[in-house]
Write a protein that binds this ligand. Structure first.
Ligand code: SDX
Length: 436
């Protein structure tokens, strides 16, 4: 990244108790909200900022992805998600996130060849799977397997070497579908399928998941196209929980494979990427349209931990543009497969009722990316437990691109948040025989 963003403006902070005032520089981005630079606040005032959940905190400067939650805008390197989903391919989006722009023909051929020829994994990794129970949750397996990649690729762990950063990024983007497919095959007790270099990224993934050594596998072009679109829609999303986890892990100079493994761990949570699995489980629990009012009531009840999964978003307060694209794709996939999933009708009725209910409207809780994705993935033949793994496959390029951007900053510093301490103040040690 270049020099510090220019400061054209300042905020004055006044301590009403002491009358002291402090000028804080305002930094402007290329679009979106400006930021108040508080890096020197503690040195100047002896105070920290306080923002649990980081609702008003920018953790970094980035050029990858921009979201306008009020307008439902999502763009990668300036390209709208609608345009990318309509006209681009996942590997093109990977190139744009990694290198800053969509590739020209030569760049695309070179990038695609690099990724294709890194899809195989070290044969020894096959034995790793045998240590897991067959019924282990696929995300548990992925956390372990991806973290273990750093035990294999000693030649690309030096984060200060640009070539090693690039090869690690290519290895992760190329191998994550292979590992995800192996995780699925291990879970269902079928043999691993080796990647095929004659298939596209999405076709290869479907082949490795659903192909069998006993017979030829014919990729359904509609499913391959839908898979590629799903990957594009989940590729990156600013500083969400899992991306922030990857950045914080990377700020300690940990190797990229373990950083991506930490992102997978964070994504697993049902409040984050685990929501796509939770949406299907919720729809199955609701079962019938007549039960919707009871679940809406529960979602509003503060004493009930139940939340309407697939609804709400920290940033989108209008609509999640990815949900709109996925809903359209859902109809196409179900029609092509001749599948009529009653859960789709149930989901649409749930959305209709929720969006007429003031509780959801007043809190700007709209369907997010996870609300429809599970229905498509189910129709494609994936078990619910694999949904978040697919999210991780897609998001790996976002994580590694954000990691690469951070490492390439001239001012890389370890992330070290502070706190508001409200625990016991200093007190003497009490010997056991004196304790109550
Ligand atoms: C992803 O950050 C990203 O970009 C994430 C993501 C990405 O691409 O990386 O977009 C992917 O994680 C999408 C979100 C998937 N999660 C879910 O669908 C789980 C259900 N949603 C909620 O858990 C929640 O909406 C969050 C976690 C998504 C957002 O939580 P926030 O921003 O912290 O909001 P909040 O919990 O402060 O809620 C504000 C109010 C509260 O009510 P009040 O205290 O004001 O009365 O809205 C209520 C909440 O109780 N609320 C919900 C609700 N979500 C929020 N009530 C019922 N159902 C819900 N789903």
């Amino acid at each position: 990244m270049g020099k510090e963003p220019e400061s054209q403006n300042t905020f004055t902070l006044i301590n009403d108790k002491t009358g002291e005032s402090y000028k804080l520089p305002v930094l402007d981005g290329s679009t979106g909200p400006s930021v108040i630079d508080v890096q020197k606040l503690y040195a100047q005032t002896g105070h920290f900022t306080y923002d649990p959940g980081f609702t008003s905190t920018g953790s970094c400067e980035s050029r990858l992805t921009y979201i306008d939650g009020d307008k439902g805008i999502l763009m990668h390197r300036g390209y709208s998600i609608e345009d990318l989903a309509e006209h681009s391919s996942y590997l093109e989006v990977c190139h744009a996130l990694l290198y800053g722009d969509l590739p020209n023909k030569q760049e695309m051929e070179k990038f695609e060849r690099n990724i294709t020829y890194h899809t195989m994994v070290h044969e020894q990794i096959n034995y790793f799977y045998r240590g897991f129970r067959r019924d282990a949750h696929p995300m548990a397996v992925m956390c372990g397997i991806v973290g273990a990649l750093s035990a294999f690729y000693h030649d690309s762990l030096d984060i200060w070497d640009p070539e090693q950063r690039e090869i690690s990024a290519h290895r992760l983007i190329a191998k994550i579908p292979t590992l995800a497919a192996m995780t699925y095959k291990y879970n269902v007790g079928q043999p691993f399928m080796y990647p095929r270099n004659d298939l596209s990224y999405a076709e290869n993934f479907l082949y490795m998941c659903f192909g069998l050594p006993a017979e030829p596998y014919k990729v359904n072009p509609v499913l391959a196209s839908a898979m590629d679109k799903i990957l594009i829609l989940h590729a990156d999303h600013e500083q969400n929980a899992s991306t922030s986890t990857v950045r914080l892990a990377g700020s300690s100079q940990a190797n990229p494979f373990t950083c991506i493994s930490s992102g997978i761990a964070s994504l697993w949570g049902p409040a984050h990427g685990g929501a796509n699995q939770a949406v299907l489980e919720m729809l199955d629990e609701i079962g019938d349209k007549k039960n919707i009012p009871e679940f809406i009531k529960r979602a509003k009840d503060k004493d009930d931990p139940f939340r309407l999964m697939g609804f709400g978003h920290r940033v989108y307060k209008n609509f999640d543009p990815r949900a709109a694209v996925l809903k359209k794709s859902c109809d196409q996939v179900l029609e092509n497969l001749g599948v009529s999933d009653p859960r789709l009708e149930l989901a649409m009725e749930l959305e209709r009722i929720a969006l007429e209910d003031d509780y959801f409207v007043s809190r700007k809780l709209f369907p997010n990316v996870d609300f429809y994705s599970g229905i498509i993935l189910k129709a494609m033949g994936f078990p619910t437990s694999m949904f978040t793994v697919l999210f991780a496959v897609a998001r790996t390029v976002g994580w590694i691109s954000q990691w690469k951007e951070m490492i390439e900053e001239p001012t890389l510093r370890i992330g070290r948040p502070r706190q508001l301490y409200t625990g016991p103040v200093a007190r003497p040690y009490v010997p056991m025989d004196k304790r109550k």
